[in-house]
Design a protein around this ligand. Structure first.
Ligand SMILES: Nc1ncnc2c1ncn2[C@@H]1O[C@H](COP(=O)(O)OP(=O)(O)OP(=O)(O)O)[C@@H](O)[C@H]1O
Length: 271
């Protein structure tokens, strides 16, 4: 089996089980370069597990994950860790910053781990903090920052090394509504301007045209939504103009195939 050449990330027939309890039941998934895809589903539907499998943090019990047409599921743990460090970014719902480091030092961590020089890392980290509207926080430690500021620092850290794919697991869940919209706008604008592919998990199922119209401040974030329910791909609650001609859906047998617009939507999200 080989992955479609125009997909940066591609997974087929993913199963994952926690102590006998299935979390993923044959999920297939494809993402194109530069695309922002939201994975939506209720709590416990398998979103985090899917993101962990796609990013190589967790090996699926069954199934395949491919990045740039190369298999991830057959890599050693060390090779997957290198892949994550160099090519992927990750944002959790709770910003996990190092309390002893300043905001810019936290944001610069991936570069410093890559061996980038201190000055260059500082310049890049500060530039990302500016871009995310927390430039004036650069010298502060996490304890001196608001939650939304800490999350922006975490976003800067996830983007500072220009990853190929950014995984965001409910990145604005603990924030207030206004902060959510701002962080989402900043995240999506940064990803789009740098051509970074985003896979974003959300439990918010209010992805209806009416909800989006009402949410005038919401970021026009995702190109496409895929839904998960009970560890399986579902149908999207939204049907709108497709962002791409040939989005993916799952065919019987769990092979990603090109389909009509069912699984595709230009949408804004509250994550
Ligand atoms: N470490 C774990 N040990 C055992 N079961 C787990 C573990 N992590 C997740 N699960 C279970 O696997 C299923 C999928 O969980 P997962 O966290 O992937 O879903 P989710 O959609 O991301 O949910 P949430 O929005 O609450 O994070 C759930 O039934 C969950 O209880």
């Amino acid at each position: 089996m080989t992955a479609p050449p125009d997909d940066v990330l591609w997974a087929r027939g993913l199963h994952y089980t926690y102590d006998g309890s299935p979390a993923l039941r044959g999920v297939s998934f494809g993402v194109r370069e530069g695309e922002i895809v939201a994975v939506a589903g209720p709590r416990g539907s398998g979103k985090s597990t899917l993101l962990r499998c796609l990013s190589g943090q967790t090996l699926p019990s069954e199934g395949e994950v491919w990045f740039n047409s190369r298999p991830v599921h057959t890599l050693s743990r060390a090779a997957r860790e290198r892949l994550r460090l160099h090519r992927f970014g990750w944002i959790d719902s709770t910003p996990r910053l190092v309390p002893e480091l300043t905001a810019w030092e936290n944001a610069a961590l991936p570069l410093l781990l890559h061996g980038t020089g201190y000055r260059a890392a500082r310049t890049a980290a500060r530039a990302w903090l500016e871009r995310l509207d927390v430039g004036d926080c650069a010298g502060k430690r996490p304890a001196a920052l608001r939650q939304a500021e800490r999350q922006r620092v975490a976003v800067a850290r996830a983007l500072v090394h220009s990853p190929a794919v950014l995984f965001a697991d409910e990145p604005t869940a603990p924030l207030h509504r206004t902060d959510r919209a701002q962080v989402l706008r900043a995240l999506s604008a940064a990803a789009r301007s740098h051509g970074i592919t985003v896979v974003l998990a959300t439990h918010d199922l209010t992805l209806t045209p009416a909800a989006r119209t009402a949410d005038a401040t919401g970021a026009a974030l995702a190109d496409r939504i895929v839904t998960l329910a009970d560890g399986r791909r579902g149908r999207t609650p939204v049907r709108e103009a497709p962002a791409h001609d040939t989005p993916f859906d799952t065919a019987p047998g769990n092979t990603p195939v090109r389909t009509g617009p069912e699984d595709s939507a230009a949408c804004s999200l509250s994550v």
